[in-house]
Design a protein around this ligand. Structure first.
Ligand SMILES: [Zn+2]
Length: 456
């Protein structure tokens, strides 16, 4: 067993919290695997990885012997506003799905239904080990999503969807450019960096087909000036990329680059259909590709060329997308499917299990611009942690831990989840807020939402 790579036990005489007896998958730059006690300071950051069975005292100790501790999982493409739409938009292609179901439902949201939708999604995410997300809101009532995120304890980056153009966009979502930008700026001022930096704002133009070039250019300029993240969809389906090329005479990702959105910190969800020259656009800029394997299969979008992105040096993260197109928000399922799809598309060996787990941890943190603070278990980083019981019938075997985590582990193996040292899930039970209250509120708000949307 290698020596702990960090401070010795006696460097931290007292901890706020100790996870004792852990097998730690650190995801640090050396990808160190170590048996250690994880000590968390009062500031919510990892204070030390101490020798196992250290005598360091702690305000609170949790025995995690026999368990595996991994960095809290990061999902870089989520729509919490769509959690209430689960099962309401089946068997449609992307553009039909948006125009006939998703947009009318989003337009029917009010603050209460949006809060319920967000809380329900966050409960599912936390129970499955996801501690940080990049979320795309809908157009209105975005404060309600931030309020739900603030109450829940999850590490949240999100923003209102910007939609100032587009075919089939309902009047309830379409905004004049100036109004969209005004609300966007107000929200960024109010929420970015709040709750000790746990909540952050991301500029979120929905996609090229529902944004004017003026809007996209303005967002690029703001992102540069304010060092904020840009979050959008790109090249999800063939029909979409064909329309972009016909309408603008240029390919989708190239157009985003021409408008100043590819050489900054940006997350492009899907990127299933890149043109050959667009790999270079992505590799030379700052954009992350967010792979959403379940959603891509369910909407029949295709299989993104993940191995090629990784080979070309593009940062690749993972996301479940939304409950309307998945229908789960389970990071472990996305990791596993990313591996299976890689083999399905390109044959073995495909993307390695370690690379797949990186996509859900340190690469996800990089996507959010948070890799100095989360994404690996290292002294000084936030104690955003997920503790798994892998001594289960569907997991045990002679495999390496990455193979276990990627191909065998399930969300139901998650025992404890911490964000910034705060225990949000313990023994598989949500502590952050009441799961049953969230389920009840969601049922009530869903019924009211369907009535407002005229759906029976
Ligand atoms: Zn999406």
């Amino acid at each position: 067993m290698p020596a702990p790579p960090t401070a010795a036990a006696n460097a931290q005489p007292h901890a706020a919290l100790a996870l004792r007896g852990a097998h730690v998958v650190t995801m640090d730059p050396l990808r160190t695997l170590i048996d250690a006690d994880v000590l968390v300071g009062a500031d919510g950051r990892v204070a030390a990885l101490a020798e196992p069975a250290s005598n360091v005292s702690a305000d609170q100790s949790i025995d995690v012997s026999g368990h595996v501790v991994v960095p809290g999982l990061v999902q870089a493409h989520i729509h919490l506003c769509q959690t209430l739409f689960r099962g309401l938009a089946e068997e449609q292609t992307l553009l039909e799905w948006l125009r006939e179901r998703i947009w009318p439902l989003e337009a029917a949201h009010d603050p209460a239904s949006l809060h319920a939708s967000a809380s329900l999604g966050i409960a599912d995410l936390l129970l499955g080990g996801t501690t940080a997300i990049l979320d795309m809101g809908t157009v209105h009532h975005t404060d309600a999503v931030f309020e739900a995120a603030a109450e829940s304890g999850i590490r949240y980056t999100g923003g209102k969807a910007l939609m100032d153009a587009g075919d089939g966009v309902p009047s309830g979502l379409l905004e004049p450019t100036a109004q969209a930008l005004r609300d966007n700026d107000r929200l960024a001022d109010r929420w970015h960096g709040s709750h000790d930096g746990r909540l952050r704002y991301a500029y979120s133009p929905r996609f090229v087909l529902t944004a004017t070039h003026d809007l996209l250019r303005s967002i690029g300029a703001r992102a540069r000036a304010n060092s904020l993240l840009v979050h959008t969809h790109a090249s999800e389906q063939r029909e979409e990329t064909d329309i972009v090329r016909q309408r603008f005479g240029v390919t989708n990702i190239r157009l985003l680059a021409n408008l100043g959105l590819a050489d900054i910190n940006a997350c492009f969800a899907h990127c299933v259909w890149p043109e050959p020259e667009e790999f270079d656009v992505l590799a030379s800029g700052g954009a992350t590709v967010v792979h959403c394997p379940s959603c891509n299969m369910k909407l029949g979008s295709g299989v993104a060329p993940i191995a090629e992105y990784l080979d070309r040096g593009v940062n690749v993260a993972l996301g479940a997308d939304g409950a309307a197109s998945n229908n789960r928000l389970d990071a472990f399922e996305e990791i596993r499917l990313a591996g299976l799809l890689s083999r399905f598309r390109d044959g073995p060996p495909g993307v390695s299990a370690q690379q797949l787990f990186e996509m859900a941890t340190i690469a996800g943190a990089r996507a959010l611009g948070l890799d100095a603070d989360i994404g690996s278990i290292e002294v000084g980083k936030y104690a955003d942690l997920c503790v798994l019981d892998l001594q289960r019938a569907h997991v045990v075997g002679p495999e390496d831990v990455y193979t276990q985590l990627v191909y065998s582990a399930r969300a139901s193996d998650v025992r404890h989840v911490l964000v910034g040292g705060r225990i949000l899930v313990q023994d598989g039970r949500l502590l952050a807020f009441s799961e049953s209250d969230a389920v009840a509120a969601a049922a009530k708000q869903r019924e009211a939402l369907l009535k407002r949307a005229g759906i029976t």
